[in-house]
Each structure stands twice: as structure tokens, then as C-alpha cells.
Design a protein around this ligand. Structure first.
Ligand SMILES: C[S@@+](CC[C@H](N)C(=O)[O-])C[C@H]1O[C@@H](n2cnc3c(N)ncnc32)[C@H](O)[C@@H]1O
Length: 169
């Protein structure tokens, strides 16, 4: 699947909620075609993006579950619709935690088949904000089905799509 539910408007909303200062260093985990990365740079952030299969020269190739960056490297990590797709959201959260400076922000929007807050807490984050975006995600998912894109095998069960802002304390 390409893109993420809500598009760039959703990205701007996440940034406003996180209150990041201009020049803050940000890693986009699962940056895809680099749309968010280019927006972040245009807004004055010091942004990098990583993806297993980059669809733009702006995005570096790599596995965000085990990145080459040193501990406490970034002021913020953003990830939109990618942690679940990695198949190991728990490890993605641990890696995001490792990469963040104390007080650093996690800007996450993704599918959750379990309660989101305990997963974040388990990885060491404090949840600052949560918004249920399931209705927006449903439209995005159905459009992808109509486009007959390859979709990962979603496990059966109830899922929700959450916008979450966390902080590494
Ligand atoms: C639905 S796309 C979202 C892309 C982008 N975040 C956006 O909003 O347009 C999910 C992306 O996560 C990437 N991805 C999944 N697992 C990954 C991993 N372990 N490391 C790096 N990228 C991964 C995929 O290659 C894909 O580009």
C-alpha cells in the first residue's frame, strides 16, 4: 500500500500536536516515496527517511527495525502506516525509543490489533495524545483494495487505526 491515511494534512496535524521546534532532527521510519520527508524538509526540519524499498532518491534504503544510527540521535521519530507492516511493531517501538533523545517525541499513526497504550508503555514511552483515525483508515484501505494493490495478510479480528504522540521520558 502506498501513502498513509489522511495525507499531508494528517502529517501537519501530527507535527502541530508534537510541538517540534524548527531545525529539530527527525527520522521517518518507513518513508516510502518520501512525501512526508520532503514536507518535513520544506518546513525546516533536519529530516532523514528510511525504507526497505525506497520509492524516491531522497529516502535511504534500510531496515528500520535495526538502524545504523547511534543511541539518542533524533529529537523525533515519525512513522505513518509502517510499524504494523514491518511485522514486528514491538521491535519498531524499541528501535524508535533507542534513537530518541530523552524528551524526544514519537509521532505514530498505525493499525493496532491490541491496546496501543500498553505497547507504547512497554517500550518506555509516555502517551501524550491519542486520536482514533479508524474511519479515515477504512477509506484509505478500501481505495487500495479498489486499486487492486498487493495487501499484506491482515490477521482476522478487530483493529483500530490510531494517531499517537508519545514521549521518551
Ligand atoms: C503503507 S507504506 C507507508 C509509507 C509512508 N510512511 C507513507 O506514509 O507514505 C509502508 C512502508 O513501510 C515500509 N517498511 C515496512 N517494513 C519496513 C522495515 N522493516 N524497514 C523499513 N521500511 C519498512 C514499506 O517498504 C513501505 O514503504
Amino acid at each position: 500500500m502506498k501513502g498513509h491515511p489522511g495525507g499531508t494534512e494528517h502529517t501537519r496535524h501530527m507535527l502541530a500536536l508534537a510541538g517540534l521546534h524548527p531545525g529539530a532532527s527527525i527520522l521517518d521510519m518507513g518513508a516510502g516515496d518520501g512525501e512526508t520527508l520532503r514536507l518535513l524538509r520544506a518546513l525546516g526540519y533536519d529530516a532523514e527517511g528510511m525504507d526497505l524499498a525506497p520509492r524516491s532518491g531522497d529516502v535511504m534504503q534500510g531496515n528500520f527495525l535495526h538502524t545504523p544510527f547511534t543511541d539518542k540521535h533524533f529529537d523525533a521519530v515519525i512513522s505513518q502506516c509502517a510499524f504494523f507492516a514491518s511485522g514486528d511493531a514491538e521491535q519498531a517501538l524499541r528501535e524508535a525509543y533507542r534513537l530518541l533523545k530523552p524528551g524526544g517525541k514519537l509521532l505514530l499513526s498505525d493499525v493496532f490489533f491490541a491496546q496501543a497504550e500498553p505497547m507504547l508503555r512497554e517500550a518506555g514511552f509516555v502517551l501524550l495524545h491519542a486520536e482514533d483515525m479508524t474511519a479515515v483508515w477504512r477509506e484509505y484501505f478500501l481505495e487500495a483494495l479498489w486499486r487492486e494493490e498487493d495487501l499484506c495478510d491482515l490477521p482476522r479480528g478487530t483493529c483500530r487505526y490510531w494517531l499517537l504522540i508519545g514521549e521518551r521520558r
